[in-house]
Design a protein around this ligand. Structure first.
Ligand code: NAP
Ligand code: ZN
Length: 347
C-alpha cells in the first residue's frame, strides 16, 4: 500500500502539519478502515506536546475514529466491506491475561497498545486517527449503528466510554445524585450519560457561561466552582462525582460535596499533580478517591448500543484538518462546545 496522508507533531513545540505515513495491508485478522471523522481529545494535545513524557515523534494523534471498512483479512468474521465502524483508544492487548479475559483490555497486564504512540512488538509505534486510513485487528473494532450521526458518534469512542465505564462500575442508578466536574469533551458526555441512567446531575464548572448548556444537556443544577458559597451549599450531598478536569486543582472542595461513603473518580490526567487532598474530607465521611481508564471493548460496544438506544451523541464543532492547531489553543482555554471533530475529507 502506498504511503498515506496524516497530520503529525514533529516535536513538543511544533504545530501539527501534514506528513505521510506507512500503513500495511490488513493481515488475516485485521480490518482496513477509511477514516471519515476523528474526534479531538485533550489527550491528543497532552501527547502531541509531551505533557506526560514519552511521546515519540513524529506523533499522529487521534483515538475517536469513525469510518468505513474498505478491506478485511481472510480470517475476519465480524466485519464486512462497507460497514461503518469505530476505533477508540486501544488497538491491541495480549488477549490472554486475567484483565483481558475479563474484558478489561485497558488494564492488560502486559500493557495494551494505544491507538497512537503505542509501542509495537516488531518495533516502531502506532499512528492514530489524524490520517486517511487505519488497519486494526478485528477484536478492537466497534460497530456503529446506522441511526447514529457518524461525526457526532466519533467522540463516543473515547469521551463516551471514559465516562460510561466508571458510571457503570460504581453502579450509578436512577435517583442517584451525581456530580460532574468540568464541562468539556468528557464532562458533557458524563452529564448526558448520567442523566440517561436516571441520575440527578450537578455540574461543577469554572465557566459561568456554560450553565445554560449544562441544563440543556441534562444537569439539574449548576455550581460555579470558584464561588465558595455555592460550593459550601452542596456539602455532603452527592453520592458520586466524576472529575474530568485536565488541569491541577484543589480536590478537597469536591470531596466535601460527597455524602457518607461517596466516591470521586478522577479521569482527567493533568501534566502536573493536583495538590494532595486533605485526609479529613476522606476520613470524616468514609469517602473514597479513585481513578478510571477508558473502558474495555465489550463495554465500549455496550456504551455504543446504550447511546443508539437513547439517541445520545456528542455535541460537536466540525473542523478542517488544518484547523487543528487553533482547536488545541481553544481547548486550552476551555472554549470547546463540546468536542471538536475533524472532517477527514479535508485532509
Ligand atoms: P476538555 O474538553 O479540555 O475539558 C476539560 C474541562 O475541564 C474544560 O472544558 C473545563 O470545563 C475544565 N477545566 C479546564 N481547566 C480547568 C481548571 N484549571 N480548573 C478547573 N476546571 C478546568 O478535555 P477532555 O478531552 O474532556 O479531557 C479531560 C481530561 O481527561 C484530560 O486530562 C484528558 O487527557 C483526560 N482523559 C482521560 C481518559 C481516561 O481514560 N482516564 C480518557 C480521555 C481523556 P469548565 O469550563 O466547565 O470548567
Ligand atoms: Zn481520549
Amino acid at each position: 500500500m502506498p504511503d498515506i496522508a496524516a497530520f503529525a507533531a514533529q516535536s513538543p513545540t511544533s504545530d501539527l502539519a501534514e506528513t505521510r505515513i506507512h500503513r500495511g495491508e490488513p493481515a488475516a485478522h485485521e480490518v482496513a478502515i477509511d477514516i471519515e471523522y476523528c474526534g479531538v481529545c485533550h489527550s491528543d494535545l497532552h501527547t502531541a506536546r509531551d505533557d506526560w513524557g514519552g511521546t515519540k515523534y513524529p506523533c499522529v494523534p487521534g483515538h475517536e475514529i469513525v469510518g468505513r471498512v474498505v478491506k478485511v483479512g481472510s480470517a475476519v468474521s465480524k466485519f464486512a466491506v462497507g460497514q461503518r465502524v469505530g476505533v477508540g483508544c486501544m488497538v491491541d492487548s495480549c488477549q490472554t491475561c486475567s484483565s483481558c479475559e475479563a474484558g478489561l483490555e485497558q488494564y492488560c497486564e502486559t500493557g495494551m497498545t494505544g491507538t497512537y504512540n503505542g509501542s509495537l512488538p516488531e518495533g516502531g509505534y502506532t499512528f492514530g486517527g489524524y490520517s486517511k486510513h487505519i488497519v486494526v485487528r478485528q477484536e478492537f473494532v466497534l460497530s456503529i449503528a446506522d441511526t447514529l450521526d457518524p461525526a457526532a458518534a466519533a467522540p463516543l469512542l473515547c469521551a463516551g466510554i471514559t465516562t460510561y465505564s466508571p458510571l457503570r462500575h460504581w453502579g450509578v442508578k436512577a435517583g442517584d445524585k451525581v456530580g460532574v466536574v468540568g464541562l468539556g469533551g468528557l464532562g458533557h458526555m458524563a452529564v448526558k450519560l448520567a442523566a440517561a441512567m436516571g441520575a440527578e446531575v450537578t455540574l461543577f464548572t469554572t465557566s459561568p457561561g456554560k450553565a445554560v448548556d449544562a441544563k440543556a444537556l441534562g444537569a439539574s443544577r449548576v455550581v460555579i466552582s470558584k464561588d465558595r458559597a455555592q460550593m459550601k451549599a452542596v456539602r455532603g450531598e452527592l453520592d458520586f462525582i466524576l472529575n474530568t478536569v485536565a488541569a491541577p486543582h484543589q480536590l478537597d472542595p469536591y470531596l466535601m460535596a460527597l455524602s457518607l461513603d461517596g466516591v470521586m473518580v478522577m479521569v482527567g490526567l493533568p501534566d502536573e499533580a493536583h495538590p494532595a487532598p486533605g485526609m479529613g474530607p476522606l476520613i470524616m465521611k468514609r469517602r473514597s478517591l479513585a481513578g478510571s481508564l477508558i473502558g474495555g471493548i465489550k463495554e465500549t460496544q455496550d456504551m455504543l448500543d446504550f447511546c443508539a438506544e437513547h439517541g445520545i451523541v456528542s455535541d460537536i464543532e466540525m473542523i478542517r484538518m488544518d484547523e487543528i492547531n487553533t482547536a488545541y489553543e481553544r481547548m486550552l482555554k476551555s472554549d470547546v462546545k463540546y468536542r471538536f471533530v475533524i472532517d477527514m475529507a479535508t485532509l
